[in-house]
Design a binder for this molecule. Structure first.
Ligand code: ADP
Ligand code: GLC
Length: 491
């Protein structure tokens, strides 16, 4: 099959979270199965044009009554096979994408013209096909920024060369839907009837993800548990109704991890690679981690690590909320060290910087670093993810294969990837709790720390069990191609 992945992020070009990892690794895995895969992204300012090849000629994209002109660049996805490379194309429009951030400025404020930027990008996907004469069997859109791709296909563009093209939409995060004032609707160039019939209308506003859910040929989200949760009022972010309506075409497919990047046996970003047969490299990573974060160099103290966007989704209120968050008491009461790297909400960035100064065993790095992220995954004993909700979550899978035991809330993809510790038998791969409260986080971290000091043999066998888990993309890639086939069969 010919597959076009339309997304707003993909590693190594642009990333704010797991979406970027998932888009690239999935594209490579689907190509590995023999499909022809191309990826299309906006060319953000940070993606260096000098490293790309420009396609000849400019391209006009109809935006309502206007036409926006852009250039197209290309390169090959790193990690591609020589025989069947995944090509990556970039839509270059200086005014929309020539800025520092992907969705937001340095103050973490969303760009006011996001609806226009991503409407343009979704529309440009079709113009790109016309320009290159390459028409895919499936266009695979991801999250709200490309949710208009299925809408365009359903309302007007599914004709001529696109007559046999179908769409698939993957929901990575229901917390972000692209809800804007309906004044922005005219950028789509679609008739006002589509505003209602196409599912855009949302209490008088325009909801881009909702419209995508109404129009996509097939839909999925990134774990089975989250798929079920998303159709309930408690977790559906008001889209549980539309998702229940599409129930017959909606499924959960667990993300994988890219084993070329996230593999302790091959990792070049840690001091020395390691594996189940030789764990020496993990101890070295811990020593390096303690050194880099200015913590006491002591192999006997358990290190709790976190790598996260500092957003409500990740449970930061319960952990770091001034006066009530549990991280402070954890560091005060327990003989542990706590390291964190993350960026996001300003109050939280300030809070964790302050805690780093006040507490001897807490160190936060407010920033973004692939290298430190690998070091934390490898050098920590535990990895904390007290998520409010988690469609899949990649970090707990990275931790498992690095022999770092996840401490997680029982929600979404965390349920599908972590098994709770059983004190009686030593079974399990991590530590889980149900309620998102400071007390539950405190108790569960306490439980893990207790096991570390009192049941070292259980900790050791849990680590090895996690490291042997297979989270490769191969299995999920097969499920995606099955979904593509179904979308084509019922087009
Ligand atoms: P989400 O996409 O909701 O943020 P995931 O667990 O699926 O959650 O993916 C997060 C990804 O972003 C992981 O690859 C993680 O390592 C990376 N990440 C998040 N924050 C940082 C940071 N500050 N530095 C480096 N990597 C980060
Ligand atoms: C989203 C979700 C996360 C998921 C990632 C990749 O950002 O929050 O749980 O792992 O997308 O699918």
């Amino acid at each position: 099959m010919k597959i076009l992945m339309a997304a707003s992020e993909a590693v190594p070009f642009a990333k704010t979270g797991g979406l970027a990892d998932a888009v690239s690794a999935l594209s490579l895995a689907i190509a590995k199965l023999g499909n022809e895969v191309k990826v299309i992204l906006p060319r953000y300012w940070r993606i260096d044009r000098a490293k790309l090849t420009q396609l000849e000629g400019e391209m006009g994209v109809k935006m309502g009554g206007l036409e926006e002109w852009c250039a197209v660049y290309k390169t090959v996805m790193p990690g591609s096979s020589k025989k069947n490379p995944v090509e990556v194309f970039f839509i270059d429009h200086e005014i929309f994408f020539g800025r520092d951030g992907i969705y937001a400025n340095v103050f973490n404020e969303d760009y006011a013209d996001n609806p226009r930027r991503f409407t343009f990008f979704s529309r440009a996907v079709f113009q790109f096909c016309n320009k290159t004469g390459w028409y895919p069997d499936v266009i695979h859109a991801h999250d709200w920024p490309t949710a208009l791709v299925p809408v365009y296909l359903k309302y007007g563009l599914r004709e001529g060369a696109f007559a046999n093209t179908v769409s698939v939409l993957t929901i990575h995060n229901l917390g972000y839907q692209g809800i804007y004032h309906k004044d922005n609707f005219h950028y789509t160039g679609l008739g006002w009837n589509v505003f209602y019939e196409g599912g855009f209308e949302d209490w008088g506003m325009m909801n881009m993800l909702k419209a995508g859910i109404y129009s996509a040929g097939q839909l999925n989200t990134v774990s089975e548990t989250y798929c079920g949760e998303s159709m309930t009022q408690a977790h559906g972010f008001r889209l549980d109704g539309p998702l229940r309506y599409r129930n017959a075409d909606y499924r959960g497919i667990l993300n994988g991890i890219d084993s070329n990047v996230w593999n302790p046996a091959k990792d070049k970003l840690i001091p020395r690679p390691y594996s189940t047969g030789d764990m020496g490299g993990k101890a070295e990573a811990k020593a390096e981690l303690q050194k880099r974060f200015g913590l006491t160099a002591d192999p006997g103290i358990p290190v709790i690590g976190m790598v996260t966007r500092l957003s409500e989704q990740k449970g930061i209120g319960e952990l770091f909320g001034p006066c009530y968050g549990s991280a402070f008491s954890i560091c005060r009461d327990m003989n542990i060290q706590f390291v964190l790297i993350g960026t996001g909400e300003t109050w939280c960035e300030r809070e964790i910087s302050g805690m780093s100064e006040r507490l001897p065993n807490f160190r936060a790095n407010v920033g973004y670093s692939e290298e430190l992220c690998h070091l934390i995954e490898a050098g920590s004993d535990f990895f904390l993810m007290p998520s409010r909700y988690e469609p899949c979550g990649l970090n707990q899978m990275y931790s498992l294969v690095y022999g770092t035991l996840p401490i997680v809330r029982r929600t979404g993809g965390l349920v599908d990837t972590v098994q709770n510790y059983d004190e009686a038998t030593g079974a399990g791969t991590g530590f889980m709790f149900d309620d998102l409260t400071p007390q539950a986080i405190y108790n569960t971290v306490g439980w893990a720390v207790w096991a570390y000091y009192n049941r070292p043999e259980h900790i050791k066998s849990m680590r090895l069990r996690g490291m042997k888990r297979d989270f490769s993309w191969d299995l999920s890639a097969g499920k995606y191609t099955e979904m593509y086939r179904e979308a084509r069969a019922i087009q």
